[in-house]
Design a protein around this ligand. Sequence first.
Ligand code: SF4
Length: 364
Amino acid sequence: MSEIRHNWTKEEILTIYNKPLMELLYDAASIHRLHHDPNTVQVSTLLSIKTGGCPEDCGYCPQAARYHTNVEGNDLMSVQQVKAQALRAKSSGSSRVCMGAAWRNVKDGEEFDQVLEMVRTINKLDMEVCCTLGMITENQAKRLAEAGLYAYNHNLDSSEEYYKEVISTRGFEDRLQTIDNVRKTNVTVCSGGIIGMGEAIEDRAGMLVALSTLNPQPESVPINALVAVEGTPLEDQKPVSIWEMVRMVATTRIVMPETQVRLSAGRTEMSREGQALCFFAGANSIFAGDKLLTTPNPDVNEDMEMFKLLGLNPQKPFIKKMQPQTVEASNSQYQALGEKPKWSRPEHKIERNEVAKVKAKAIK
Ligand code: SF4
């Protein structure tokens, strides 16, 4: 029951997902207790260090330049701004800062050097540092590792089959390639997905096959419920029910017993009772702070009240893995290579939100 398997099939995962709920919860909670302290939940703070203007076309994302949303773009934050936010996050109980930049892929140059400096700065605050910057090469992964990066986030989003219904500007295999590049370093992998994008339950299972058959499995797996943002192609999607979220969390816990399962976007729609069920089903990480990149999230004080109510404690940093050493830029072994990697641009098309486009033109 507690072994780590890398050969899960879609059929097996579907059988787990569709079990009677009480049985599913019991199995997931039992596995959870074998691998984790059930009263400890890791708290991460997500910072959008560069917002909006992204050239990609992820159908769920308000930061894609081609959609017409209310997101205001921002240039890359300064190292000092990031440090101030990290200190605030630390004082409110976060052990990890995850920095997100709305880029297709990382390009060597001044901006990446600035991100490396942010990584060094946060690592020196004795916090775990995570980045989500789009696709990265092996050399860039090594430079991040040297700076003291603890985790790299790169979500698979959905099953390989459904991926192309949501994103047309890159392929599923590009995601796997970036994860593989990160795996060539000692940086841990954070990779999960989103439910509620119109996918079938088979696609949810397909995504869990893709994640659980990675060897090693990702150290953290964020499970997001779609926040349907006006102006994106997925604006009309109905919210997922709490029961779907609980089933997804429980199934993730069962097929990836050691991973940290993170309740991510969509928590504002969940009651405390609903979140408590998710923790019982094996979720042991949350994103704190009133914004998740650009979408709303519960206030950190509300979360701490909920922790108190449920008897949960925030996890200290570096419990799972030692703090990485920080190498200063001047001592770096890995210099910028100025690579121009050929990430794919699949030909398939996704349906654009023409209504939003017309609406936005009319407002202008
Ligand atoms: S999810 Fe990331 S890559 Fe996709 S459009 Fe948004 S910012 Fe760009």
